[in-house]
Design a protein around this ligand. Sequence first.
Ligand code: ATP
Ligand code: MG
Length: 331
Amino acid sequence: MDCETPLTQMNTNLLSLHDLSVHFAHGGGQTTVVDRVSLTLGAGEVLGIVGESGSGKSQLLFALMGLLASNGNATGHALFDGQDLLSLPTKALDRVRGASLSMIFQDPMTALNPYKRIGDQLAEGLIHHQGLPRAAALAEASRMLDRVRIPDAPRAARRYPHEFSGGMRQRVMIAMALLVKPKLLLADEPTTALDVTIQAQVLDLMLEIAHETGTAIILVTHDLGVVARICDRVAVLYGGRIMEEGPAETMLSDPRHPYARGLLATTPRLEAAITPRLPTIPGAPRSGGAMLPSCPFAPRCSDKMPACDHMPPLRDIGPERRLACHLEPAP
Ligand SMILES: Nc1ncnc2c1ncn2[C@@H]1O[C@H](COP(=O)(O)OP(=O)(O)OP(=O)(O)O)[C@@H](O)[C@H]1O
Ligand SMILES: [Mg+2]
């Protein structure tokens, strides 16, 4: 299927994904878990990605970071700051990851080295990528730990990850990811390990620091209240495909895709800090397998029609809004 946005036009954005797919090899076969995702992100913009468990949200971010499992591979293009992340040699990708692209992982322990003091782990990026002397880098690290409200930051910097609670480790991850002032932060459910009462506070802190440094964010979240509060735009993923995408405010108040409508059935109040996880939609989520030409949501869709045997392209349906559904005729 052709992508609607020409590559040349997308070059003006900070990030332009063009038919990005993620495949996993297994037992002689192949599963596609992210399927021809195309989207763009401007400098400083905050894009939310929502979709139920297994829809491919994390794998999409891992593909951008070059961190897919050994049986995975990504195809398509991911133009970031003028370079295609998917075809960069490892050394060049390392430079990008340390300097202008960083990620907060769903599970902070996977990203922290258990044998290294927190301060040293934070300082590493500044030493290697910005050439800061060790003492200055450690001072910066300590300042950032203080900024994310880790008590007694200079002492905390000398501790090891296992000496922190899950919530504190998540704050350390946020500090680490933002310390290098990246152009783009990939945040995969960055507050799930935190107590519900402080999730909003930590997210606000993350956003505040990102705004100061002009950092754009792709935020994977299950929390529609968070999307309403902090995202400029939102993309809804189902079965590895973008079903709908648009400005957060209009998407939440007027979703068009039957899946997005089910997902966003209860529009979160904009002032709400935290809302419950996504509502349940009848039927089972699509499980991985060979890619079918049909819409992956069709088996669960109450508006299914014969045309759904062919997945429609994601096309413009209004100002900044895109939809992949036969229900809505082209304007
Ligand atoms: N190494 C692998 N080999 C085969 N399939 C994999 C592999 N890693 C992940 N997958 C599959 O990729 C699909 C997408 O997974 P992903 O982790 O991106 O989901 P997600 O949308 O982030 O879900 P959640 O909300 O639960 O975090 C899942 O079906 C998962 O089982
Ligand atoms: Mg995930």
